[in-house]
Design a protein around this ligand. Sequence first.
Ligand code: IVH
Length: 752
Amino acid sequence: MANAGAGEVSVEELTEDAAKKMLSKLDEQLAEADIAYFRDDNPKMDDAEYDDQKRRYFEIEAKFPHLKRVGGPSGRVGGPVAEGFAKVAHARRMLSLANAFDEKDVANFETSVRKFLGLGPDADLAFTAEPKIDGLSLSLRYEDGRLVTAATRGDGAVGEDVTRNARTIGDIPNELEAAPGILEVRGEAYMSHKDFEKLNASQTKSGGKVFANPRNAAAGSLRQLDSEITKQRPLCFFAYAWGEVSEPLADTQEGALKRLAELGFKITPKMRRCANMKEMLEHYREVEAERATLGFDIDGVVYKVNDLSFQSRLGLRSTTPRWAVSHKFPAERAWTWLEAVEIQVGRTGALSPVARLSPVTVGGVVVSNATLHNEDYIAGRDADGEEIRGGKDIRPGDWVQVYRAGDVIPKIADTDVSKRPKDAKPYDFPETCPECGSEAVREPGDSVRRCTGGVACPAQAVERLKHFVSRAAFDIEGLGAKQIEQFYRDGWIRTPADIFRLKEKLGSGLNLLKNMEGWGEKSAENLFAAIDERRRIPLRRLLFSLGIRHVGEGAAADLARHFGNWDALARAVDSSKPAGEAERKAEEAAMEERAAAKKEDRRAKVGEARGRVWAGVPDKAREAWDEIVGIEGIGTTVATALVTAFSQEQERASIDELVEMLDEIEDEEVPAAGDSPVAGKTVVFTGTLEKMTRAEAKALAESLGAKVSGSVSAKTDLVVAGPGAGSKAAKAAELGVEAIDEDEWLRRVGRT
Ligand code: IVH
């Protein structure tokens, strides 16, 4: 069925009706061929025939673009695409790793593991050490030995379905022998240096995209909607971890990886079992020395606790495991000219100085912007007013040193005053917002100057909206940063609630949207559908999306888990308003005193100020406040930010309006509530625990659905009191809260 081959009508001669029929037939045949090839591993059509059919489809579609079939072959082609990847929920979350930048950080990691497990300094504690591959992580799910899905990490909970593409990677077996019934293999897809150079050479020749580094090339190749393209890109895969497994792979990390190797995976090379810190650091230096000759990019060494029963006791934080850390290689550096300093206004009003640089390559990536942190940093001082860089300030026109570590934005480390142009003047940091002209204020104790315009400042409003639609927040498909800017500029969206009114607001303007650059009938319809889909939203996402200062994903999750539903949360925040205000005033007073008397003990000052301003706060407000700050992971900073946001008129109106537009705020599921007798209970640990460390007890209680609080109140259900329990045990007795000892606690949680 080649291009107008024997018996084939040429595209030029096709009537519209015939073209329509032909497209439908080709689409059907190609879809069947895809299923046979990708899902059933049983190709029904040879490659040449497949390519010919696809080419013919595209030719006809090019002549009759309005007959393009939704979800048809062209929707599956790379480049600017109409449809994205299907979503896959990971059976176990895909996590990232905490970083260690020097030996002290590694020592802290080792100590914290010992402390959590209650191991003395001499007890055996082995680690594996292996290179950290700089590619992109993949989760491969095998059921009964067959590869059923391959997914990218995505937001950790839900990734993109790249199964078709993964099947084209030689290192990824389609079938496994003697594997557990369910096995999720986790690892890194990457491109070798050799293949990367070859690819870029051929891209240059064909006028295609040239990639900045092997990581980008690997990501760009794997995230192709057309797996034919992926197939032509030489990707490799190393396995280094696992997700769901129906039976344990081994007792140790080392053993589990050996098992994965036996099953047919390539595992990270240069892995070593280390009995102690000395061996870990030795291995780090060895891997670092061989970095250039490995043939692929690595950016550090990952240490993992070897004993898997220790790993499971250590468990997970919200985004990283407690049992692993990545020891990063030092950042790459380069010198260049600082052409100008510009100010960007962020979501919280922070005025951030950005260095515009003469482009320079740092670690294989061309850098032309870098952060300058804040005005003190530019002036050569740290947050305490102490000199940095020997007190040298940074001036536009300077010769500066740039460095970048991993994916973070590049930074300026140093300036060479011997090369400073004679007319270079110290940078004059603006005291008004360059975007809206409002006063930009620096609170005592804060290193950042902030625009006071709030959402009336267009820069803040747009940044907040961008945050609102970002992936970890409302994640509205088709509504990204670019579209937000467009809608904001045109006046259609000014607040989050406006997004949900967009269709109604546009009304007769719908035609307008359809004719706007970048929008068509289909994309407009898709956008409204995507918006409607988000009228139901989990509580933690809603909270995070509000963009309240200090309320990041972790804090939002902690709050959601504690309060369970929106009403309970809003009630607690509203009732604690006087306490939150007192706290803010106390902090401000302490900061002022601290700013006046440098290096004073801040805690003492806060304590004094607290006493003064808290005197008149009603008990009810104190209780609500104590509940919030007592939540594990939430402190006074987050609580104050919450209370402040909820009590600011304009901000609260915007939140209420948004909530009004939603159909349902999904309650937070209490994790593994099941039949555990502590599920849903608020527990306070006090005194010394002897069988388990405090941290482990907390983690265990939370994994069983309990809330752990730091203070005893009328809301406490249970106090676990060890020897030496003092005022908290007394308060429990006073309030009639049940108090038990550690043995009874272990019995209740089934750990005896
Ligand atoms: S272990 C629980 N081992 O680094 C996390 N990760 O910055 C399991 N990575 O998302 C990861 N090489 O994509 C592990 N040898 C290695 C790795 C590695 C690269 C990636 C992985 C992870 C990211 C975290």
